[in-house]
Design a protein. Structure first.
Length: 189
């Protein structure tokens, strides 16, 4: 939805809450009663394992991009990205209406959720039964909710998201750098 400038989670969070909150609270109640939580997919899981996508993109902008503008967007975005705030990048890159970033922006959340889901299915990652909120920094949030395994899964997600964005961001960076060079040549001419 962000591709079209629509705040995705603002639109979908109420629907997801209706669909998955009861499972989250059932898991919390089970743990409180000394039982095992049973619902892998629940609202706590969704918020926790959308992945450290914002942080991955901010790091890429800072350390990968050659464009001064994109580097500065990354620097401005690094602190907000720790709290899953992406608006500085959404509008600064821009990601809105940017066809080069549509695919990684759309698929990275799904891939991150699938990584965490399969880690839970095979028993590596405990079923999430605690709400750490959506703005606790990545890796810390995974550790708080699921111990070291949750933190490790978020580190893996971070690496996967970086790999997903690199080929697409390379094109965006090349275009931005070309525009900067052309503007500089225009100024000096």
């Amino acid at each position: 939805m962000w591709f079209f400038g629509i705040h995705g989670s603002a639109v979908t969070s109420s629907l997801l809450a209706v669909m998955f909150s009861s499972q989250a609270y059932a898991n919390a109640a089970a743990v409180s009663a000394g039982a095992q939580p049973e619902f892998i997919i629940n609202s706590f899981f969704i918020d926790l394992f959308k992945g450290p996508r914002a942080l991955a993109l901010a790091l890429l902008l800072i350390f990968f991009c050659k464009s001064a503008r994109l580097k500065s967007v990354g620097k401005i975005s690094i602190v907000p990205s720790l709290f899953s705030i992406t608006e500085p990048m959404k509008f600064g890159i821009p990601m809105v209406l940017n066809p080069w970033l549509l695919l990684p922006m759309s698929l990275s959340a799904v891939v991150c959720e699938l990584i965490a889901y399969f880690a839970s299915v095979i028993g590596f990652l405990p079923v999430v039964s605690v709400n750490v909120g959506r703005t606790l920094p990545p890796i810390i949030s995974g550790f708080v909710a699921c111990g070291w395994r949750g933190g490790l899964i978020q580190i893996i997600q971070l690496a996967v998201v970086i790999l997903m964005y690199v080929p697409f961001l390379r094109k965006v960076d090349k275009d931005a750098k070309s525009q900067e060079v052309a503007k500089q040549e225009e100024v000096t001419a």
